[in-house]
Design a protein around this ligand. Structure first.
Ligand code: KG4
Ligand code: ZN
Length: 337
């Protein structure tokens, strides 16, 4: 079986080919147009997807040595994401399927982050995934393929969103997660004790208070600019410490609650070096086997869509041409009622 995967939920236009022999290609066209705005501008994102998608798909087919005529199904991100961006990927994929008379698979982007762990490794079920992206922070118990139980999620900002918003306060470019990660390596994580919220709750998260706390901490300084110049690395390290401590503590709760022997990290924030290190320590302490996708499969990519589509196609989980995109998980719930 040969699957073409297409991802267009946010600001990356991506395509990949996954076959019985594994991943054949993985192409990403990132959109530089948003940099000057300090965040993703939805209308510009859809226009950029529209411009780039055909070329990106062609490149994935070429590099994967798989002509379109050999593709059995197109797997495309159905949601969650920006509605205009999702529509570009969905309409393009439906057109391709109709013209070639091939099957369509609608992929949940959050599931795909989890199954990115299967590109290079074979995690054993059941496992718990800590899925941490720009839009979501979730603890998911995966008992079998596509059998997911949501243990808990964030009540406000996602972990990636916290990194990005705090980065903005610190004057760092968007997305700030990777920059804070980099600077943290030169700083002291105990420089300042930022709040770790909701430790009394087993599986739910809250990160919006941390952002406010960083803002007040800076406002308390006499010369903010000088303070940032002197201590930016230490502030970054302390922020990373606060976020990753909470994530790993809740992951520990989930291991204890479910009794799993396998854990996985997923999503853009799983690229974070402090989180990867602490998750490794947790795994050795608890005797769990830890899976973390390689860096290229942590942040948004089409390889994860293609492999998830492949796994869904194996289980006959195809979609029809009426498939609609969903912007958020609440909308998905409504669609499934
Ligand atoms: O999964 P992803 O690519 O997109 C969404 O589905 O949201 O995640 C993007 C998020 C951004 O918030 C970005 O700042 C964060 O992942 N991120 C990181 C790192 N690399 C990406 N956060 C912390 N440390 C990193 N190394
Ligand atoms: Zn994502």
């Amino acid at each position: 079986m040969k699957i073409l995967g297409i991802e267009s939920s946010c600001d990356e236009t991506a395509a990949a080919v996954y076959t019985d022999d594994g991943l054949q290609s993985n192409i990403i066209a990132s959109q530089a147009v948003h940099e000057q705005y300090g965040g993703v501008v939805p209308e510009l994102a859809s226009r950029a997807h529209h411009k780039t998608i055909w070329h990106t798909v062609q490149q994935a087919l070429d590099e994967g040595n798989t002509p379109l005529a050999q593709i059995d199904a197109v797997a495309v991100t159905q949601g969650p994401g920006l509605m205009g961006s999702l529509l570009v990927g969905l309409c393009f994929s439906k057109g391709l399927c109709l013209s070639r008379n091939i099957q369509l698979v609608g992929v949940n982007h959050m599931d795909a982050h989890i199954y990115a762990n299967f590109i290079d490794e074979q995690p054993e079920y059941p496992f718990v995934s800590l899925t941490v992206s720009g839009g979501h922070t979730q603890l998911v118990h995966v008992s079998a393929p596509f059998e997911h139980e949501l243990l808990g999620q964030t009540r406000d900002d996602a972990a990636g969103e916290a990194f990005d918003k705090i980065g903005k306060i610190l004057g760092l470019p968007y997305p700030a997660g990777p920059v804070i990660d980099e600077r943290s390596q030169y700083g002291d994580p105990n420089f300042h004790d930022f709040p770790q919220a909701m430790l009394d709750n087993d599986f739910e998260f809250s990160f919006s208070g941390l952002k406010t706390s960083v803002k007040y901490f800076l406002e308390d300084q006499d010369d903010q600019e000088q303070f940032l110049e002197d201590y930016l690395d230490d502030i970054c390290a302390s922020v990373s410490h606060a976020i990753t401590e909470v994530l790993v503590k809740k992951l520990r709760n989930a291991i204890e609650h479910t009794g799993v022997e396998t854990i996985a990290l997923a999503g853009g924030v799983s690229a974070n070096s402090m989180l990867r290190r602490k998750a490794n320590e947790l795994a050795s302490e608890t005797g769990c086997k830890l899976h973390i996708p390689k860096l290229a499969y942590c942040t948004d990519n089409a390889a994860m869509i293609a492999i998830t589509g492949y796994m869904m196609a194996q289980r006959n989980m195809f979609s029809d041409m009426k498939m609609k995109p969903f912007a958020n998980l609440k909308a998905l719930e409504r669609m499934n009622v």
